[in-house]
Design a protein around this ligand. Structure first.
Ligand code: A3P
Length: 293
């Protein structure tokens, strides 16, 4: 389904010829819209989401650039543009009870106006760009149609460094939310994948505080926090039957979202020079932002 390029809305179809395009990682082409790159189908659902999503003050949005560790049970935490607005231009969200929890890869500047105007909370998770890139390369190869074969690592790296990756520019994606969290810390929480892996207790407590549901002394002592961490761990989630053999409505196997879940796996795939290239691009692009990845 993800590869069916004809299956897009009329609005998307009208817009595509007007947009800059580049060779895609997964689909034949990706298109630049409002500074970021999308496959035609995702662009179509981004437009629908921007036009129709009505945020509520009690909503929580979990936001990432792809392959930063968004994965949660997909049918419990629905994805805006890759699921709800992918399936229908105006999905019926009436059955979602408050507080609603959604996931999205939308860059900050492309969030629907109602998100910015409401008091809803945004939780952004970023991941170091080298691991994110390697994870994305593997994922893209799984999704690409059988006939097209693997996308060469070097070609993919080149595109990532130029910013032409799905939902790229990667550095603008991260910086948009970093800035928003510095300006509105009560509305935007900025978390790092590596920090969560290193000290999950501390950061899950931060998350609970941010969401206004702090863990009490009792919950810290009686194993509630440990239980949450165990339930959300890579080992537990990847062992669930639904994540081993399930399939999302967009035709992607749920097990494709679980690979290794490690920090530093890029070392197994990128040469020193390739790693340095990503570092250089990030330093250059993020210079002055105060953000180090
Ligand atoms: P790797 O490919 O490096 O293993 P996303 O969920 O944004 O698509 O990101 C997928 C990445 O997050 C994959 O990284 C996947 O293995 C990892 N991941 C999935 N669930 C995880 C979990 N519970 N804890 C840590 N990492 C997880």
């Amino acid at each position: 389904k993800y590869l069916q390029e004809d299956d897009i809305s009329q609005k998307g179809r009208d817009l595509l010829p007007l947009l800059p395009r580049e060779k895609g990682w997964i689909t034949t082409f990706i298109y630049q819209y409002q500074g970021f790159w999308y496959s035609p189908q995702i662009l179509s659902s981004v437009l629908a989401c921007q036009d129709h999503f009505q945020a509520q003050d009690t909503d929580v949005l979990l936001i990432t650039a792809p392959k930063s560790g968004t994965t949660c049970p997909h049918n419990l935490v629905h994805f805006l543009e890759s699921q709800l607005y992918f399936e229908q231009v105006i999905p019926n969200l009436a059955s979602f009870t408050s507080p609603r929890l959604f996931a999205t890869h939308l860059p900050y500047h492309l969030l629907p106006m109602s998100v910015k105007d409401s008091g809803c909370k945004l939780v952004y998770l970023c991941r170091n760009p080298k691991d994110t890139f390697v994870s994305f390369w593997h994922f893209a190869n799984k999704i690409r149609s059988k006939g097209t074969g693997e996308i060469p690592l070097e070609e993919c790296l080149d595109a990532f460094c130029r910013g032409t990756s799905p939902f790229g520019l990667y550095w603008d994606h991260v910086q948009g939310y970093y800035k928003a969290s510095s300006e509105m810390p009560e509305r935007v929480l900025f978390l790092r994948y590596e920090d969560l892996k290193e000290d999950p207790h501390v950061h899950v407590k931060r998350l609970a505080d941010f969401l206004g549901c702090p863990l009490g002394k009792q919950e810290l002592m009686d194993g509630t926090l440990d239980g949450i961490l165990k339930m959300c761990s890579f080992d537990s989630l990847s062992a669930l039957e639904v994540n081993k053999s399930g399939e999302l409505s967009i035709g992607i196997g749920t097990n494709w979202f679980f690979r290794k879940g490690e920090v530093g796996d890029w070392l197994n795939y990128l040469s020193v020079e390739m790693g340095e290239r990503i570092d250089r691009v990030m330093q250059e692009k993020m210079h002055g932002s105060g953000l180090k990845l």
